[in-house]
Each structure stands twice: as C-alpha cells, then as structure tokens.
Design a protein around this ligand. Structure first.
Ligand code: ADP
Ligand code: MG
Length: 135
C-alpha cells in the first residue's frame, strides 16, 4: 500500500498523471472518496498522463465518457449493479486495452476485474491523503 499526501489540486492531478504513466496500455482504476475529495481532479491527471488534451469534467447525469481508449465513469447516481450493467460497464471492463477510471465504484464491487488499482482519497482539512492498493 502506498500513501501520499497532497496539499492542493495541482498535486492531486500530478499524482494521477504519474499513475497513468504506470499503466501499460490498459487498466482499471477505482476511485473512492467523499464528494469533493478530488476523484475527478485525479482523473484529470490520469487523462493528462495518457496524453489526452480534451478537458475532463463531471457534468451531472453523465455516467460514461469516452476519450479514445480512456473511459471516465462516474457511478454516483447509480443504485445497483443492474443499473451499472445497463450502461455497459461489463463490456467496458472486459476490453484489456481500455484504461477505465471509475468514481463511486461501490456498486460494481462484485464484478471488478481481479487486477485493478484501488485509490482511496481522504479529506484532511485542506490536504488529501491518497492510499493506493494494487490488486
Ligand atoms: P470529487 O470528484 O471527489 O467529488 P473534485 O475533484 O470534483 O472531487 O473536487 C475536489 C475539490 O477539492 C476541488 O474543488 C479542489 O479545488 C478541492 N481541493 C482542495 N485541496 C485539494 C487537494 N489536495 N486535491 C484535490 N482537490 C483539492
Ligand atoms: Mg467527481
């Protein structure tokens, strides 16, 4: 387990950027943390690290966004595994060349691929404590 403290948004983005550099052509990153923890910020860094120059944001109600082989998925509004299946989560996860970053992955816990990266972000005042576990 790897533990990192970031002091601002930029440092969290940089964490994501570095993480992306370690993904060799595919991978699933699960991002856990409260609203405002910095999950989307970290995803912006992942996209940057993958060389995607489009802006990554989180408009309400959009669950799945695709940028070439990079997928940004936000399951915040979903209540069940069935709802996640309905948006095609299994197909997305099954293609090994996809890089998939998932916010609020709790509802798909039971179908996560054996190999994935778990990132947990805790809010500690103005700082963020980021724990990473590689499965
Ligand atoms: P989430 O997707 O987890 O809901 P966001 O990435 O959308 O969170 O928002 C994180 C918010 O917290 C932003 O407003 C950002 O400016 C702020 N923030 C403060 N400190 C940090 C930090 N160390 N890392 C990331 N975001 C931070
Ligand atoms: Mg978010």
């Amino acid at each position: 387990m790897d533990n990192t403290i970031t002091s601002n948004e930029k440092e969290t983005r940089l964490f994501g950027k570095k993480l992306a550099k370690r993904l060799k052509g595919g991978g699933v990153i699960c991002l856990y943390g409260d609203l405002g923890a910095g999950k989307t910020t970290l995803v912006q860094g992942i996209a940057e690290g993958l060389g995607i120059d489009r802006r990554i944001n989180s408009p309400t109600f959009i669950i799945v966004r695709k940028y070439d082989d990079f997928w940004h998925i936000d399951l915040y509004r979903l209540k069940s595994l069935e709802e996640a299946r309905a948006v095609g989560i299994e197909e997305i996860l099954s293609d090994p060349k996809n890089v998939v970053a998932i916010e609020w992955p709790e509802v798909i816990q039971d179908i996560l691929p054996k190999h994935h990266i778990e990132v947990r972000i805790n809010i500690v005042g103005q700082k963020r404590e980021i724990n990473e576990i590689i499965y």
